[in-house]
Design a protein around this ligand. Structure first.
Ligand code: ACO
Length: 368
């Protein structure tokens, strides 16, 4: 057996949920282009589709939305736990702790779509509760009149969002629902392959997502654009970075060796959101100049913008605070995790790979 560090290139599962083709720049959810779903469907429609494998009828969508809305309410014991946790605990750890407390009989094995809806609907309320608590503000209770995405913005900002804001965040959330056998998705499948319940799988996934190598950092793109400051400074700033051998944030990807389809779709919605603001002009000019200069300094490496680049524009345009960037990403990826948990449970075999022992052997033969 050949050892593959990080399991690179190893196929760990068969799935019908999503396909990432980094050479062609394809991201497909159950036979549909993710970027088209992101620009034309609601968050609830895509969530339903990912979990059920088919789109809802009008009636099914109404019922689905009503159920999701009813699951947003934070149980009082979760509020008590959130009140007890120290403010300095980061949002991802807070989410992991609060979700862990849901490990009740209602979430027992086997995993169900209803459980997936429940935990997905609750997550934005946990994020908003923690955020408002850290601000010293009162929690803004979920608004049952609003759909999932609008309600999330409302609970964070305390204002009803515009249609453009809802469309932009919907696109970002749909585009980050699923991305193949990434570390957190794999972690969730490994945990439930032991027939442990969905909540344990989600907690493992949140823990995995928290790591800086996975959870992403669109905030670093914002810092980079702020540092560049003016259009005249773009080229000298980039040359200086590349000559020092430093990387440009939001460019390059381990899988995509062409344009990241998520970046393309986010560019469309962030443009509507920014309405030609100076900051947006700066980021779009930076994109083109950087692609040209990356080809000059790193010929043939095929470096383009990744999802983080225009995610930064969307999240900045929405005024989402930086500490909520990874939690917001998590609030959509939980749909991918729970879909994989359901899929794993339907044709389960416990994960049990091998390790290659590189330690010492005893000096003498065993005595008994
Ligand atoms: N800026 C400048 N040069 C780059 C960049 C970049 N952003 N990305 C890759 N390169 C160069 C590397 O220096 C390397 O050059 P070399 O061949 O002369 O050594 C070559 O391109 C290949 O790069 P690798 O790092 O080997 O590519 P890998 O696939 O391992 O890395 C990664 C992908 C980590 C995303 C990398 O492109 C990077 O660090 N980008 C910047 C950080 C970033 O945007 N992260 C978010 C990724 S998206 C996500 O995680 C959801």
């Amino acid at each position: 057996m050949e050892y593959k560090k990080g399991l690179e290139g190893v196929i760990a599962a068969e799935t019908q949920i999503g396909l990432v083709d980094g050479t062609l720049g394809h991201l497909i959810y159950r036979g549909h282009w993710a970027k088209e779903l992101a620009l034309s469907y609601s968050f609830e429609e895509v969530a339903y589709f990912i979990w059920n494998g088919e789109f809802p009828t009008e009636g099914e969508l109404v019922t689905f939305k009503e159920q999701m809305t009813s699951y947003r309410e934070l149980p009082s014991y979760i509020k008590t736990i959130l009140d007890t946790l120290p403010n300095e605990m980061d949002v991802m750890s807070t989410m992991r702790t609060a979700i862990s407390a849901l490990g009740t009989p209602a979430f027992a094995w086997p995993p169900t779509i209803d459980q997936a809806m429940h935990v997905t609907a609750l997550l934005p309320s946990i994020i908003a509760y923690k955020y408002q608590k850290n601000q010293g503000a009162t929690f803004i209770e979920p608004n049952p009149q609003l759909d999932h995405v609008a309600n999330y913005i409302y609970m964070i900002k305390g204002q009803l969002p515009s249609e453009v804001e809802i469309k932009a965040l919907t696109a970002y959330l749909i585009l980050t629902i699923e991305h193949g056998m990434n570390a957190s998705t794999f972690a969730s499948r490994v945990v439930v392959s032991t027939e442990s319940e969905m909540i344990s799988g989600v907690c493992a996934a949140i823990g995995s997502m928290k790591g800086p190598l996975h959870g992403g950092a669109p905030s670093e793109v914002i810092e980079m654009i702020d540092e560049i400051g003016t259009i005249d400074n773009i080229e000298p700033w980039i040359r200086n970075k590349l000559e020092k051998g430093e990387k440009l944030m939001g460019f390059g990807h381990r899988v995509y060796k062409t344009r990241d389809p998520r970046s393309e779709a986010l560019k469309v919605v962030s443009k509507d959101l920014a309405q030609e603001s100076d900051w947006f002009n700066l980021i779009t000019q930076m994109e083109q100049t950087a692609i040209d200069l990356l080809e000059e300094y790193k010929p043939g490496r095929k470096l383009y913008t990744n999802v983080e680049f225009f995610a930064a524009a969307v999240l900045k345009g929405l005024d989402i605070p930086k500490e909520l960037f990874t939690p917001t990403f998590t609030s959509s990826r939980i749909i991918g995790w729970t879909a994989h948990i359901l899929e794993q449970s339907q044709d389960n075999r416990i994960f049990r790979p091998q390790s290659s022992y590189t330690g010492q052997m005893p000096e003498q033969a065993a005595k008994f």
